[in-house]
Design a protein around this ligand. Structure first.
Ligand code: UDP
Length: 568
């Protein structure tokens, strides 16, 4: 069946159910952004020129909201607890619904069992028949619940699963045996999925798929009126929970800021003003999203003190014409910071909001060393002088999210194995000669593969592939970035071969295939070359001081890093 865009969100709201503050929050959000989604649907419909889109049967099982996982978030919705996840799930539900798919929503194990057609009760009752869904979106909690209640059959069906995973999961942590043997074991990883089945909040490591969320969009009139009504000396502090204001240094920086600006906060409190919030701060208490937007429209500065990490609020502030001022970190990661400890990633977080720092940057974002009060002081003064327009990257608009989710649904298929290419026997027959399955063409940024007709179909299309070599100690994430490109894990299977090594004129004394998450790679000193034996370990994120890596890079659309030029 053809999927048809939907613009009336009524029946989505009905499907979401009631009885939890988290669900009410999500519904309020869906209602508030409904017209924005509608406009985006029309635009994307036009852009895709009514191309055939298959309607999928989709189950969304929000594990962290189930009683069985303890549902620690719902009671905190009105108390300053984390809302980012709920923002994202609300937007995922809306995107899937607006794209016209056949949606079922579950927030309890009972509903999950009902939808999957497994008998209720605990114990592991395998699902016997075929899976009644094309796709299942869930989270780590939900995955665990499915394992418990689908038993063995989960293995068989896991290619249909997508895991919403805020901070991401790197391949080395995802591969059970490898993680266990090499010290990458955590509370979360080791599901042996294809790493692109994990979908993140921001485009962290390209090993995962970037799902994202949306922010409020403004029309030209609104943008103008915001710019006219900006109050140059008004600041809003990022942090809705009093504990976030305890961060070291925040008090002294609030003092400096207070010399220049009127400071507003939206810190939750019950009866008394939280002692962490200085008397000179005008605290509004936790605001409904809509009222927060109004406050941000007036403010010139949105300032973070280091926590929470990587949330939606800075994007909303920038979209409403604020400048976001945040601390630069000596990178925080799972190795040195409590918050990230046990998370299945080694990613180094360079500031409170690396996406804002790296993808948006000045003049909308200023990332400074908060230990240096002079630098801080001059940043505040610069912000008061600088005029900025409200800005929202395309990938965080409704149209951008619909476009991306559409592309994933129509093109990502983890049920067919990624067959290596060229197959081993083919490279033996044509050891890199001109009649081989590829011609390697030099171009401005690196080397482009021109596959011959025998290459299997690929998404992203193989025409986007550009081979690069990393430095020693450099990951493919960085190597590709350096060339103005992005690492594309789907292409590893095309460069994991002797032919690629010989095309690059790498001197190998021997070529071994090994289970190692930095392979394919070579050591210049030892003249050792290694190919990857375990496709689940193809990793953009991996690096090693011993090896230079072969990196499959691709181009990307401006403002939509998840998609290459020819990806739609
Ligand atoms: N938010 C809100 N009222 C407030 C402060 C924040 O509704 O007073 C919303 C905000 O609009 C954002 C969401 O909370 O969409 C999540 O914000 P944050 O960036 O703090 O991320 P979190 O740590 O909650 O995941």
């Amino acid at each position: 069946r053809q999927a048809a865009f939907r613009t009336d969100i009524g029946s989505l709201l009905e499907q979401i159910g009631t009885g939890k503050e988290s669900l009410s929050f999500m519904k309020r959000r869906i209602r508030r952004l409904a017209s924005q989604w509608g406009t985006a649907a029309h635009r994307l419909d036009g852009k895709l020129r009514r191309r055939w889109r298959e309607q999928k049967k989709i189950l969304v099982h929000v594990g962290f909201l189930t009683e069985e996982s303890g549902d620690v978030f719902s009671p905190k919705v009105l108390k300053g607890g984390p809302l980012g996840e709920m923002v994202q799930w609300a937007d995922i539900l809306t995107a899937l619904y607006v794209l016209g798919h056949n949606l079922k929503i579950s927030v309890s194990v009972k509903e999950l069992q009902g939808f999957l057609g497994v008998p209720p009760g605990r114990g592991s009752c395998p699902l016997t028949g075929p899976l009644p869904f094309d796709l299942i979106y869930t989270d780590y909690h939900g995955l665990q619940q499915m394992k418990q209640h689908m038993g063995l059959s989960l293995k068989k069906h896991k290619c249909h699963i997508r895991v919403i995973d805020t901070f991401g999961t790197e391949p080395a942590y995802n591969h059970e045996e490898y993680a266990t043997l090499h010290g990458y074991r955590t509370n979360w990883g080791y599901w042996n999925l294809n790493s692109r089945q994990y979908m993140t909040m921001f485009p962290h490591t390209p090993d995962n798929s970037f799902m994202g969320f949306v922010s409020e969009e403004l029309n030209e009139t609104e943008k103008l009126s915001i710019q006219r009504n900006k109050v140059n000396n008004m600041a809003v502090v990022y942090g809705k929970e009093a504990s976030m204001w305890k961060v070291k240094l925040s008090q002294s920086f609030l003092q400096i800021l207070h010399r220049y600006m009127e400071i507003h906060g939206t810190v939750y409190y019950e009866t008394q003003r939280p002692p962490e919030v200085p008397a000179f701060v005008k605290n509004h208490g936790l605001l409904p999203q809509q009222e927060l937007q109004q406050l941000l429209r007036k403010a010139k500065l949105f300032i973070g003190f280091g926590f929470p990490y990587e949330g939606p609020a800075p994007l909303e502030a920038i979209a409403n014409g604020c400048i976001f001022l945040q601390p630069k970190f000596h990178p925080h990661s799972s190795l040195n910071h409590e918050f990230f400890r046990g998370k299945p990633t080694s990613r180094e977080v360079s500031s409170q909001h690396p996406y804002a720092e790296q993808y948006i940057g000045r003049p909308h974002v200023m990332t400074v060393d908060f230990n240096n009060s002079q630098e801080f002081d001059s940043a505040v003064r610069e912000i008061m002088r600088t005029k900025v327009e409200p800005y929202l990257p395309y990938e965080y608009t409704c149209e951008g999210m619909l476009e991306r989710v559409h592309a994933y649904i129509q093109h990502q298929d983890f049920c067919v194995p990624d067959i290596p290419f060229p197959p081993a026997n083919v490279s033996k027959m044509w050891p890199g000669g001109p009649s081989g399955p590829f011609a390697l063409l030099p171009n401005s940024t690196g080397l482009g593969w021109a596959p011959n007709a025998s290459a299997p179909p690929s998404w992203p299309p193989l025409s986007a592939l550009q081979l690069q070599v990393s430095e020693e100690g450099q990951s493919c994430v960085e190597a590709c970035q350096h060339g103005g490109l992005v690492c594309e894990p789907a292409f590893f299977r095309f460069i994991n071969n002797k032919e690629a090594l010989s095309r690059l004129e790498v001197q190998c004394e021997g070529v071994e295939a090994e289970v190692n998450h930095v392979f394919p790679a070579f050591s210049v000193v030892q003249r050792e070359c290694g190919l990857q034996k375990e496709p689940l370990l193809f990793s953009c994120a991996g690096f090693s001081t011993k090896y230079r890596r072969l990196c499959p890079c691709r181009d990307f659309r401006k403002g939509q890093v998840a998609l290459c030029r020819d990806c739609l």
